[in-house]
Design a protein around this ligand. Sequence first.
Ligand SMILES: Cc1cc2nc3c(=O)[nH]c(=O)nc-3n(C[C@H](O)[C@H](O)[C@H](O)COP(=O)(O)O)c2cc1C
Length: 414
Amino acid sequence: MKTDSIVNTPFSLPCGQVVPNRIVKAAMEENMAGPGRLPGYALLALYRYWAHGGAGMIITGNVMVDSAAMTGPGGVVLESSSPSDPFERWASVIKSGGALAIMQINHPGRQSFVKLKGKALAPSAVPLNMGRFSKQFVQPKAMSCEEIRDVCQRFVSTAKCAQNAGFDGVEVHAAHGYLLSQFLSPLTNHRQDEYGGCLENRARLLLNIVSQIRATCGKHFAILIKLNSADFQRGGFTIKDARRVIAMLERLDVDVIELSGGSYEVPAMQGQSRDHNTLAREAYFLKFAREILVDTRVPIMTTGGVKQLAVAEQVIEHGCAFVGMASAFAVTPDLPLKWQSKPDYQGVLPYCSWQNKVLVSLAKMAMVRRNLRRLGNNLSTVRDPSPLWSLVQDMWHKRRATQRYLRERARIPG
Ligand SMILES: Cc1cc2nc3c(=O)[nH]c(=O)nc-3n(C[C@H](O)[C@H](O)[C@H](O)COP(=O)(O)O)c2cc1C
């Protein structure tokens, strides 16, 4: 039994809440919402596995702040008009094993599928460039200041609803090329008003959201931010920018900054890069975390590529407060518990040897989601799923979820 590992030590967040250990189940969009885009039976079944799997903190897949702006058709939405009960049940399941329950909240901006017929908002009218896959995404329009204020208010209101439902905190998604990361990046933000230009302006929306969540939810509510350490694209958001944004966030008493990287165009969060930076084979962003740790006191978490206890321990030994894992939790939902009795137990990350990088990225996501659905149906997970079959199944599920989403939205007046 290995309980003396450094990952098993508790950590007190700046807000005062105590996380029982350093392993965090990172956000994975499940695409498994029940009717009304609410957490239902399958999501509760899935999170029950994670709740009793030994993680100290569990971050939900991204929950949308606007039902007309979705990252995917089967996503969960929490708006001020949403019923609270399903979210109360979700929070209670997540917390049933002693972990902190954190809801990730997000807006897709331009990373929105045409088929969902949603709002196509972005800081500037710059469409996604994903080669022959580009036409699946909306042509965005530059947001008006009123639309920016509306988005800000939606993030705050969703955070308050999450708190009312029993969540211990929220994670504001400002990474992976979604709306807030589009504001931060000079590649996607060409604005000339107070939300564009210098980094202080590009960070304004994120900072406004965070300070208003703190004012509304109080000092004991945990606020996490998921931030790109870089875009990994030439001319994009850099590690230097990330350090400066973290300094700005530090003044707002945030509890944790989760470092990741990339976007749909360059999925660095899966270990790919398209500039001079190379990513480590495991713990992709640890090198960047170490640079950031030099000048911040905000607890740092790094997520990406971790599947072994020895690597998780290295992350903590280098000064990170937390180590995040996503994909490995899809195959082995109780990986931290397994490590207590078998420290050499190897987690599994999806593997696909195809040439086309976009297809590889889609297939890996599909392989993970296939296991999430299996857990949601109380079935055992598959350690080595076929990329092709997973992709086919994923497309079928997406199509059905899209039809249901469009049907449900058509019933909502306005
Ligand atoms: C199926 C799937 C869904 C994901 N959804 C989200 C999400 O909703 N929010 C988020 O911040 N990251 C999301 N991610 C990225 C993970 O949180 C994580 O940053 C990335 O997978 C790298 O970590 P890993 O190597 O441990 O999987 C997702 C990843 C996968 C595989």
